[in-house]
Design a protein around this ligand. Structure first.
Ligand code: ADP
Ligand code: ADP
Length: 220
């Protein structure tokens, strides 16, 4: 089954910038795909289109999670946590916005905090956490609603290399456990190859996919 299908999708912003397109892309349900390319080639624009945050200027875009009403999780490079709320309350926020009662959401919040390794920090405030821990909290907040698709926009780019590598490993373990579709935007060739089943290479010529490589793994 297909999670995401783009056909001839282009994006021209209001100021006339041609940010993307025409782009054809198919992503299978459960696939871990990286979008790799240098700054300005339209990777963030592609993610925002898939998330439904912006509309395409031309072409068709089918996102299974959007049409079935299932949430899409989005993780940005900036953790954007509410500074005055604890990690637990930050992670609970999407459930609160969905009107889930606290009694019910607490169990779900605890579960997802454990999955990202943040149980001990549930009562801490964002300023008390390292960059890597804040990123784990952002990931927990994106996953708490059990989205079908997880979109990640250069999530680890601001972290030191060791923290980044740990997060790569933990994200990979989580993906294997949860089986979600992940679309991961990165500048890093290493990261894309290490994490993904498939790397879609985009060029700075608006939107063209210049190459695709399928990572061949010994694992099933
Ligand atoms: P990437 O994520 O690969 O760095 P972006 O999708 O952010 O690329 O940007 C693609 C192009 O669109 C760039 O030229 C960028 O400057 C431009 N752009 C991005 N967002 C906007 C916007 N909101 N309005 C106008 N131009 C934008
Ligand atoms: P990245 O995806 O590379 O982390 P952004 O998506 O934030 O970065 O921005 C990519 C490029 O798009 C940058 O050069 C930025 O200046 C430009 N950009 C972002 N938003 C706008 C906007 N509203 N108008 C014009 N350019 C924009």
């Amino acid at each position: 089954p297909t999670a995401v299908r783009l056909r001839g999708v282009t994006k021209v912003y209001d100021n006339g910038t041609v940010a993307l397109g025409p782009l054809d892309l198919d992503i299978r349900k459960g696939e871990f795909v990286s979008l790799l390319g240098s700054s300005g080639c339209g990777k963030s624009t592609a993610l925002r289109l898939i998330a439904g945050l912006i509309a395409p200027s031309a072409g068709t875009l089918d996102v299974a999670a959007q049409s079935s009403g299932h949430a899409i999780g989005f993780v940005f490079q900036e953790p954007t946590l509410m500074p005055w709320s604890t990690i637990r309350e930050n992670v609970r926020l999407p459930l609160k916005l969905a009107h889930m009662p606290d009694a019910q959401s607490s169990a779900r919040v605890n579960e997802v905090l454990a999955q990202v390794g943040l149980t001990e920090f549930a009562g801490a405030y964002p300023r008390e956490l390292s960059g890597g821990m804040k990123m784990r909290a952002s990931l927990a907040r994106a996953l708490v609603t059990e989205p079908d698709i997880l979109l990640m926009d250069e999530p680890f780019a601001a972290l030191d290399e060791i923290t980044r590598f740990r997060l790569n490993n933990d994200l990979l373990a989580l993906w294997r456990e949860l089986g979600k579709t992940v679309i991961f935007v990165t500048h890093s060739v290493f990261e894309s190859v290490y994490l993904s089943q498939r790397v879609v290479v985009m060029t700075s010529r608006p939107g063209r996919v210049s190459a695709e490589c399928r990572i061949v793994s010994a694992e099933p």
